[in-house]
Design a protein around this ligand. Structure first.
Ligand SMILES: Nc1ncnc2c1ncn2[C@@H]1O[C@H](COP(=O)(O)OP(=O)(O)OP(=O)(O)O)[C@@H](O)[C@H]1O
Ligand SMILES: [Mg+2]
Length: 398
């Protein structure tokens, strides 16, 4: 009986493998047509397939956390605020120490009044932060509010953000091995977010944090958006949001915007990021915002003379103005990008499992960490509090 079962399994396995190989070939053919000359075969064919059961499992736990009513899981008194490490549009990020365990955390403080003034009340990013769970994304550990502010407590990513390192180690970080390493992780992070129906919309070096092992964690879900799905069709979103240099044409063209856009804007921003990491500036950078938007809409940018041909080709395909021609936006999604020959040397499993050694590892010696040298040195900021609770009804769900 057992023997038969085993045989049966073997046969089934064999036919599964044949089926898989056939599918791999079919997919390869399709991708080749899409991307023309610059393709290579992948080493691990499993990468072709969205692992359906795995995604379903991830979704289930994502929505479990999404529906959790989290509030006041700590209080300001539980932390010693140590240093300002980020200054943003609605608040600040501080390095802090959780008194009970002496664990360092980053605390993002959002000022209620500022959020109301800038009509950003519904952009509190808490729900997305509390729901995501991925190696390459930051997550939420505690949440609370005071009279005047909202507090999001996240693990402190000790290596600082990529933007700060770009100022210090510009030549070193421009090495393509390094850029590819970061880009691959962004792809894996976006695959997860998109599978959870979230558009990120704010990719840039400032929001990419480095762990002490050199791997990334993407922070800042301030512009991220959950897109609901009805009848298996993804809803489109229309907001004009993001960092201008990184905005995709479909977000700028008003007729396109009226129709709405989805995940395509994230793949566009990955193209911009790769270009910025390579050259030091985003491709459409211009002091004149109108001119910059005009160039984005026309896809008008230039590459330096000594630019690598394969990279140039990748960027041409990622910064394609027409969404349906852009790499990552077709039926095969992120696989289209992964299959480009610029990524041929990437071992996706090794990156996913963090077994590959990072090309650049930030200095995380204790002397360095104590002085917070991986972070931009901001003047210290005080958290201002009112005597009375402000906007209690507007932020009642926080
Ligand atoms: N968990 C963290 N660990 C280490 N540093 C962090 C962390 N979160 C944020 N930072 C630092 O603070 C900076 C600002 O944080 P973040 O990007 O979340 O806020 P922001 O840009 O002000 O947000 P918003 O766009 O919502 O105004 C980051 O660029 C990074 O340097
Ligand atoms: Mg930010």
């Amino acid at each position: 009986m057992k023997r038969n079962d085993d045989n049966h399994d073997d046969n089934e396995e064999q036919s599964n493998t044949n089926e898989k190989n056939e599918m791999v070939n079919a997919v390869l053919k399709k991708v080749k047509r899409l991307c023309n000359e610059t393709l290579v075969a992948m080493k691990t064919p499993t990468d072709f397939f969205p692992k359906v059961e795995e995604t379903e499992k991830l979704k289930k736990s994502f929505f479990y956390r999404w529906n959790m009513k989290l509030s006041n899981t700590a209080s300001l008194d539980d932390f010693t605020i140590m240093k300002t490490i980020g200054v943003g549009s609605f608040g600040h990020v501080f390095c802090s120490l959780y008194k009970k365990t002496k664990t360092p955390y980053a605390i993002k403080v959002l000022n209620k009044e500022q959020m109301v003034r800038m009509q950003q009340v519904d952009r509190v990013q808490k729900q997305i932060l509390q729901s995501v769970k991925n190696t390459f994304l930051i997550d939420l550990r505690f949440v609370f509010k005071t009279n005047s502010n909202l507090f999001l407590v996240m693990p402190l990513v000790k290596g600082g953000d990529l933007y700060t390192h770009m100022q210090m180690y510009s030549e070193f970080l421009r090495d393509e091995r390094c850029i590819r390493f970061y880009a691959a992780q962004v792809i894996l992070a976006f695959e997860y977010l998109h599978a959870m129906n979230i558009i990120y919309r704010d990719l840039k070096p400032e929001n990419i944090l480095l762990e002490c092992d050199g791997y990334i964690r993407i922070a800042d879900f301030g512009f991220a958006k959950f897109i609901s799905t009805t009848n298996n069709k993804k809803a489109l979103t229309k907001s004009f949001i993001g960092t201008p240099e990184y905005m995709a044409p479909e977000m700028l063209i008003s007729t396109e915007r009226k129709k709405g856009y989805t995940f395509s804007v994230d793949w566009w921003s990955l193209g911009i990021l790769v270009y910025e990491l390579k050259t030091g500036n985003p491709p459409f950078l211009n002091d004149n915002l109108i001119q910059m938007f005009d160039h984005i809409i026309k896809g008008k940018y230039s590459t330096p003379k000594n630019f690598d041909e394969t990279l140039s080709d990748l960027l041409k395909k990622m910064l394609h103005v027409r969404v349906n021609m852009r790499l990552g936006c077709g039926k095969l999604g992120s696989q289209e990008i992964k299959f480009h020959s610029w990524f041929s040397k990437v071992n996706w499993d090794a990156i996913r499992n963090k077994t590959e050694t990072a090309y650049f590892v930030p200095n995380c010696t204790s002397a360095y960490l104590v002085q917070m040298k991986n972070f931009f040195q901001y003047p210290e900021i005080l958290i201002k509090e009112n005597d009375q609770e402000e906007y209690s009804s507007l932020f009642k769900n926080f």
